[in-house]
Design a protein. Structure first.
Length: 319
């Protein structure tokens, strides 16, 4: 199961990465105060666990990929900014509810595991996974090993500060994080401002599809049509992504970055533009020559990795 900032994807996966049946999608239940409700979430997911228990004789447990800082030892959600969760013991709650083995970890770790086992990063030793969607963040595989850092939260590139003086407040509580400039909601927010302030008649027109609300996809559509305000928004977003990703490569000397998330679908050439910006900022000739920036192998790598982790914990698969 992959729990994102707004959506939950569910699938039954075997040890080869094959689906028992196509994945299904639900939506995260939020309370009136904007906090995701873990009990309602578990209610919604319970029928899927019951089906697996009753119909899949080799069912080993449930893997949860969650969009935040997760203690993979017990599934405690230390900080999940987009769900407004702080120290929510989701792993324990899921185990108590379902009475099956639970493997829970940050979505970026799960996605990287899937790419290492079954995807484009197979055989690589220095890889970063980066998600660009509702949020922006990643996970690392260095010298042939998953690298979580001292607390297990390494890879939070989206919460590195770009400019705390004028940046928007981030869900993590800081101001001016890269995420608050480059993630999907940031693009939509900037597009909304352009429409509301009279900078883009086209975005104003497109927003009428949803009672005046601008969505990320509308900004990309306006950019495709050559709208100056939208072009500026996306160009600046790509520039900031280039700064962020190239800094990581200069620091770690990576051989590959695998990227996923809904924002990559905004334009057919979006990843190529990011790639060009990254290479323009890199320090060494070797990095410019050898670095590979790839699109994720799967429709949802984090979902696949959540399943893979269950098999790893049961010594059926290994990295």
């Amino acid at each position: 199961m992959d729990i994102g900032g707004t959506k939950m994807d569910i699938a039954y996966v075997d040890e080869t990465g094959a689906f028992y049946k196509p994945p299904e999608r639900l939506y995260v239940p939020f309370d009136e105060d904007g906090i995701a409700n873990p009990d309602k979430m578990l209610d919604m997911l319970e029928p899927y666990v019951a089906f697996a228990r009753e119909n899949l004789p080799n069912f080993l447990g449930a893997g949860f990929s969650i969009c935040g800082n997760i203690d993979d030892a017990d599934g405690n959600c230390v900080l999940v900014a987009n769900l407004r969760w702080y120290n929510v013991p989701f792993g324990r709650l899921a185990h108590e509810r379902y009475q099956v083995p639970i493997c829970a970890a940050t979505d970026v770790r799960m996605a990287l595991i899937a790419e290492l086992l079954w995807g484009k990063a197979k055989g690589c030793n220095y890889v970063a996974w980066m998600t660009l969607g509702t949020g922006y963040g990643g996970y690392l595989f260095l010298d042939g090993k998953l690298y979580g850092g001292h607390h297990g939260f390494a890879g939070n590139l989206g919460h590195a500060i770009y400019d705390e003086r004028g940046g928007a407040e981030c869900g993590c509580g800081q101001r001016g994080c890269f995420e608050s400039y480059v993630a999907g909601p940031a693009i939509a927010r900037q597009g909304q401002a352009a429409a509301d302030e009279g900078q883009s008649a086209l975005l104003k027109q497109l927003s009428q599809k949803d009672n005046g609300k601008v969505h990320t996809s509308m900004v990309f559509e306006a950019e495709r049509q050559g709208d100056p305000a939208a072009v500026k928004i996306i160009e600046e977003q790509v520039r900031k992504l280039g700064i962020s990703l190239s800094s990581m490569v200069d620091l770690l000397d990576l051989e590959m970055i695998v990227m996923g998330g809904g924002v990559l679908k905004g334009a057919a050439d979006f990843l190529d533009r990011v790639d060009n910006r990254v290479r323009g900022f890199l320090m060494t000739v070797e990095a410019k020559r050898d670095l590979k920036i790839e699109r994720e192998t799967f429709d949802n790598s984090a979902l696949m990795g959540a399943a893979a982790t269950v098999f790893i914990k049961n010594n059926i698969l290994e990295l």
